[in-house]
Design a protein. Structure first.
Length: 249
């Protein structure tokens, strides 16, 4: 989904925007090959009852309400159930961003000005000034979402939210009690390991290894094993904490 035209509905104010993804998939993709001939594997939709391959046009959606019994839905019926995409991002409330557990954040987009909009500038400044997030509802790619609109130096970010029923939150709080000395050492270790967060310092080691392996194999060379960290784990908690602190110093 890229460069989708939409509008923020803020009371009676309409703010034209363009929606663009902030996230891109940076993974190296592999194709599946037959080990005998190295040709691509194709996926066929097969009916085990009729024992033949099936065309997409002959496939219906079925809800299994009991074992091997289905309620059948046609594509037309499914389309009738989809939320209407009216092109609006409707603000329903303003909330303190600290009240939202990051576990509910799903995917982020940048909302760019669709024209020289004073309304966009005003809304952007208001989010910055209040330090609040705008809770809104919208439809993206035929799926209904609640989302958060929030200030960023480069524009307004829209982040879709998971619904409560999508999160498998444990019902009971975890009640624990640690030994005072162990806790003191753990807090010291945390203090020693604390630093400013800089995302540019952290690289995708696995994907970088794959890229290097591709270059190596293209040269006709063998892939070498990566050096592994063989530092043994210490079962005694106090000794482990003390040794960890010593290593940090």
């Amino acid at each position: 989904m890229s460069n989708i035209h939409s509008s923020i509905s803020f009371g009676l104010v309409n703010i034209p925007v363009r929606i663009n993804p902030l996230i891109k998939n940076n993974d190296i993709s592999f194709n599946q090959l037959h080990d005998k001939c190295l040709h691509r594997i194709k996926y066929l939709k097969y009916c085990s009852y009729c024992q033949k391959n099936i065309k997409e046009s002959n496939i219906l959606k079925g809800y299994e309400y009991e074992k091997d019994n289905y309620l059948v839905f046609t594509k037309e019926e499914i389309n009738k159930l989809k939320p209407e995409k009216d092109g609006l991002i409707t603000v329903v409330a303003f909330i303190d961003l600290k009240e939202i557990d990051p576990i509910y954040y799903e995917k982020s987009y940048i909302l760019e000005k669709d024209n020289k909009s004073k309304a966009y500038n005003l809304f952007y400044e208001a989010l910055k000034k209040t330090k609040k997030g705008a809770l809104a509802k919208t439809v993206l790619a035929s799926k209904f979402y609640y989302c958060i609109l929030r200030y960023a130096p480069f524009g307004i970010i829209l982040t879709t939210l998971y619904f409560a029923e999508e999160i498998k939150m444990p019902e009971n709080d975890l009640n624990v009690k640690s030994e005072a000395k162990e806790l003191e050492l753990a807090l010291k270790l945390i203090e020693n390991m604390s630093s400013k967060f800089n995302i540019n310092k952290y690289k995708d080691e696995y994907q970088n290894n794959i890229k290097e392996a591709v270059k190596t194999k293209l040269k006709g060379q063998k892939i070498k094993d990566k050096k592994k960290n063989n530092a043994g784990q210490i079962n005694d908690l106090m000794k482990a904490l003390e040794k960890s602190l010593g290593a940090q110093k």
